[in-house]
Design a protein around this ligand. Structure first.
Ligand code: ADP
Length: 258
């Protein structure tokens, strides 16, 4: 596996297109996207429903293939890797927080948090154990560690998924609507935790969201519309974001009915 050059982006895509289906039913979900996720930054990817946010995240993370174009994680071109190489790269370098949590139902919360280490055939070292302790307390799940996912609320499951994503201190974290199932106070705590992962630990985070408050915590906001990057802005207030996102949604409604 290639080493990562200091200063190179944490992830990037070039001329990326993705089509679902074929023939008259084909949907162009991503249309020639170019984007770099800068190291140590908290990047929000926003846009109306159907604009391609989840597809972009999945292709950038190597969970889905591109139809055209190239994608890199660090200096490694993931669009050239075999499935096995891709699995290893993801396991070692990338953390995921999915909307649907993706917790293993037969493992308790602690088992789920430790899963990335188990899959890598090792136990957490002292620094990692200390980090897990901090995450468990910050996320308020200490009393739930022996519970299985079905015994936890949606918000608690999401916190376990976040602890799991950050436990190995991966270079790069992809988060799909990480605050979607949380009440506003827990949501704020999770966003603060993601910010501190960037600021204090130099991790890079790409977060897909349609929530202007969540996106206002990011250092940078990338707007998608109809599978293309339509704007790329430094930090914006929740009010500015809400206006921009509403305008984007109206525009795509008009285009859809045209
Ligand atoms: P967003 O995350 O912004 O809501 P998506 O990336 O989920 O957008 O979807 C982008 C477009 O691709 C939409 O038109 C959606 O219907 C379509 N799409 C997404 N996933 C699939 C799939 N598995 N099969 C067919 N079409 C899909």
């Amino acid at each position: 596996m290639e080493r990562t050059t200091v200063g190179s982006p944490a992830a990037r895509v070039h001329n990326l297109s993705k089509t679902y289906g074929a023939g008259t039913g084909a949907v162009l979900a991503l249309d020639d996207v170019g984007l770099a996720i800068r190291r140590g930054e908290f990047t929000a990817i926003v846009g109306p429903s159907g604009s391609g946010k989840s597809t972009l995240m999945h292709v950038m993370a190597g969970l889905d293939s591109a139809t055209r174009g190239r994608a890199w994680i660090g200096d490694t071109e993931i669009t050239r890797l075999s499935d096995r190489e891709l699995t290893l790269l993801r396991r070692r370098r990338v953390g995921f927080v999915f909307q649907s949590f993706n917790l293993v139902p037969t493992l308790d919360a602690l088992g789920n948090i430790l899963l990335p280490f188990q899959l890598d055939g090792r136990r957490p070292n002292a620094a990692e154990s200390a980090r897990i302790e901090v995450l468990v307390d910050t996320l308020g799940i200490r009393t739930r560690l022996r519970h299985r996912p079905h015994e936890l609320s949606g918000g608690q499951q999401q916190r376990v998924a976040i602890a799991r994503a950050l436990a190995t201190a991966p270079d790069l974290v992809f988060a799909d609507e990480p605050t979607g199932s949380l009440d506003s106070r827990s949501g704020q705590e999770v966003l603060a935790l993601l910010r501190s992962a960037c600021r204090d630990h130099g991790q890079s985070i790409a977060m897909v969201t349609h929530d202007p408050i969540a996106a206002s915590h990011a250092d940078r906001v990338v707007f998608l519309g109809d599978g293309r990057v339509v704007a790329d802005e430094p930090r914006l207030s929740a009010r500015d974001l809400a206006e921009r996102m509403l305008a984007g949604a109206r525009l795509s409604e008009r285009e859809a009915s045209a």
